[in-house]
Design a protein around this ligand. Structure first.
Ligand code: BDP
Length: 686
């Protein structure tokens, strides 16, 4: 039952759209026998959703939803909430200054119920680590998805705006449940057409569905849109007509979508147009857009993913291009920086731009879709990887200036803070391809909400909500959590241990091809550029005597990384060209360590299979078989990686694979002849 103290704005309750799709993912709440009692003074579309969620899933004392502008709530901000049990224990109040805060509070309460948290005397105040918690969809208008491995795009542009798939609302609900409050609908390699009048109508239809869930829509734009879509003779950001074109376009967007979030921009990167085409800077380009968006409170997320072919170290380029611009961006611009200096590799050091840009807000971009981590075939839980970056100390404002703290507004008091994740969502039934890939969507949202949550806690929450039946078994919970927690390091071990990076097959980034050579291809798109294997050793020398990328890090990191003896071993080949017989800390040679680590990765995938198989019967058979099938692929791939890389590097090291390790089962020549890819996986030589 719902009681309204005052005005009744909406008389019918939320859509009742809890179709089977919506009840999937981590939102498998058993319907209560009797609907919960919810008391609210105010009704808005967002509060209506909050009420419906409680009625759908809450089994407890009446809940009071209260928009409250008093001091505590003001301190928590519009998305923050306070959940507390009444002194007599007979009700729970969720209060916030904003409707969105109430919705997040409701989802928190439901999550606690689902995960068996203690409900005694609640007194929980939360506000998010980042103001903007945003998914970046790399979805094209033809419904293909760049680096997407879970089917086609959710957005059925042909049918929009007339037909609204129920999945749109289910998507918004899933995001709201983890605190994601923004979504960029289209690929950073953007087509100008997305800004056409026809597409904006479609975008408006999606924005209308998402709005009650406090999910704002943003778009990636193509910098040449004024010329390509608008027919102007130039897209020069300092040209008067170009600036007017953007102002008009932005006004047109806000007429349709009054709460439109803003633009994401990839410019002068990988061949895309940008301000440098006209002799202007990134700041000139970003500020032009920022000015158009400013009156509407819109923002610009300007990406720092830039590098040009040439002989200099690719890892240094973003820093070189962006540092001189620090302080030149308008205050509604935020620079979006990938976690590492190259490109979402299984392990990278953090990007040196974090903390170094002090006068400009900077936001981390993580990749949820597993472009470099086995697509949707490999079980790789990514929270530990993102935490590794967030917890890295940049030392830029003394000890403790972690990536998290230099981006969340605590070290530098920027009003604009954000975290982006490149989505792994498609139209496949289970949304993400691999059931366990859903945990990465979940973990992204949870970390953007609270970057202090541990990876273990997030895994635990996700497992309990995703497998509510199986997770009541303590052994299922501890074994699958252990598997998740190990999985990222396992992937590093069987793909690119010790700081190796980018030794993937050309183009698709699935299998290993350290040998890959493509006549005429850009050097920095080929593995040899990164591993630099020769008779002496392997690895990229970025020390002072090499490319000197170490100099981009603040002391003491620059010295720590510079010295091969103090460089962390898990990054040693990132920063150094290391002789094959170099003595590692455990006494093995580099070559032996490489062999042991590849082998360890393979053994870890085998142990994942064992873990999972033990739970047959506990997990519903569809999901059980799907995960089982993918774990087999993962193990076969790990074997392929290990054999491919070790046999290839052995040509240079000329050293034996330690005899106690499993022997290779492939020949290098047969591996070289075959392109291991998701689409022809089944035909791979065994
Ligand atoms: C790389 C991807 C490419 C993206 C690019 C980007 O391979 O498809 O367009 O990043 O982030 O990782 O812009």
């Amino acid at each position: 039952m719902i009681r309204f103290f005052c005005l009744l704005i909406f008389c019918c309750l939320a859509s009742g759209s809890y179709a089977s799709e919506a009840d999937s993912l981590w939102l498998r709440m058993p319907a209560p026998k009797t609907a919960a009692e919810v008391i609210t003074r105010k009704m808005t579309p967002t509060i209506q959703v909050a009420v419906a969620e409680l009625k759908h899933g809450w089994r407890g004392v009446p809940v009071v939803l209260k928009v409250d502008k008093s001091k505590v709530e003001r301190g928590l901000g519009g998305d923050g909430y306070w959940i507390r049990t009444a002194t007599d224990g007979k009700s729970i109040t969720i209060s916030s200054i904003g409707d969105a805060g109430l919705l997040y509070g409701v989802f928190q309460l439901l999550r606690m119920q689902q995960t068996g948290a203690s409900m005694n005397r609640l007194d929980i105040k939360e506000s998010p680590s980042y103001k903007i918690r945003i998914l970046n969809h790399w979805d094209n208008l033809d419904r293909t998805i760049e680096r997407g491995y879970a089917g086609r795009s959710l957005w059925n542009w042909d049918e929009l705006p007339a037909t609204l798939s129920p999945r749109y609302e289910a998507y918004a609900r899933a995001n709201a449940s983890i605190g994601v409050n923004g979504t960029v609908l289209n690929n950073v390699n953007a087509s100008p057409e997305v800004l056409s009048a026809a597409y904006l109508q479609k975008v408006q239809a999606l924005a209308n569905v998402f709005r009650p869930y406090a999910l704002k829509v943003y778009l990636s734009i193509n910098f040449s849109s004024p010329a390509e879509l608008g027919g102007l003779s130039t897209s020069d950001p300092l040209d008067k007509n170009v600036r007017k074109w953007w102002i008009d376009k932005v006004n047109e967007i806000y007429k349709l979508i009054p709460d439109f979030g803003g633009f994401l921009v990839k410019a002068n990167s990988e061949g895309l147009p940008g301000p440098q085409d006209f002799g202007r800077t990134h700041a000139d380009g970003a500020n032009m857009l920022a000015e158009a968006l400013k009156p509407h409170k819109g923002i610009v997320m300007w990406r720092a993913f830039v590098y040009n072919p040439g002989d200099q170290d690719r890892a240094k380029q973003a820093y070189q291009e962006f540092m001189p611009l620090d302080g030149q961006f308008h205050d509604n611009v935020i620079v979006q920086v990938k976690n590492g200096p190259i490109d979402f590799q299984p392990r990278e050091p953090f990007s040196p731009l974090f903390g170094a840009m002090k006068k400009t807000p900077v936001m981390p971009e993580f990749q949820i879709t597993q472009e470099y981590l086995g697509f949707s075939n490999h079980l790789v839980y990514l929270a530990p990887m993102w935490k590794e970056c967030l917890e890295s100390d940049t030392y830029q404002k003394g000890k403790g200036s972690t990536v998290a703290r230099v981006t969340d507004g605590s070290v530098y008091p920027h009003a604009l803070t954000a975290m982006a994740g490149v989505a792994n969502i498609g139209d496949e039934d289970n949304w993400c391809g691999h059931t366990f890939a859903q945990s990465n969507w979940y973990a992204f949202g949870r970390l953007a909400w609270n970057h202090e949550l541990s990876s273990e806690q997030i895994a635990d929450e996700w497992l309990k909500q995703t497998f509510p039946d199986a997770a009541s078994s303590a052994s299922f919970l501890s074994a699958t959590e252990k598997m998740m927690m190990e999985s990222r390091e396992a992937a590093v071990n069987y793909m690119m241990p010790l700081g190796l990076h980018h030794i993937f097959a050309f183009g698709h980034h699935y299998g290993p091809e350290p040998w890959c050579e493509v006549p005429g291809a850009r050097a920095d798109w080929l593995p040899g550029y990164y591993h630099k294997a020769d008779k002496v050793g392997v690895g990229f020398d970025r020390s002072k005597t090499g490319s000197n990328a170490v100099a981009q890090y603040q002391s003491p990191l620059c010295d720590l990384y510079d010295d091969v003896q103090t460089c962390p071993e898990n990054l040693i080949l990132w920063f150094h060209h290391v002789p094959w017989d170099f003595k590692m800390k455990n006494g093995r040679t580099l070559w032996e360590e490489l062999c042991y680590t590849y082998d360890k990765g393979l053994q870890q995938t085998r142990s994942f299979q064992k873990t999972w198989d033990a739970f047959e019967g506990l997990v519903d058979s569809n999901r059980f078989k799907e995960v089982q099938r993918r774990l087999k692929i993962q193990t076969r791939d790990a074997m392929w990686w290990k054999d491919g890389c070790l046999l290839y590097f052995q040509q240079y090291s000329q050293m034996p694979i330690p005899h106690e390790l499993e022997r290779p089962v492939h020949d290098l020549d047969s591996l070289k002849r075959f392109k291991l890819h998701i689409s022809n996986h089944e035909n791979a030589p065994r």
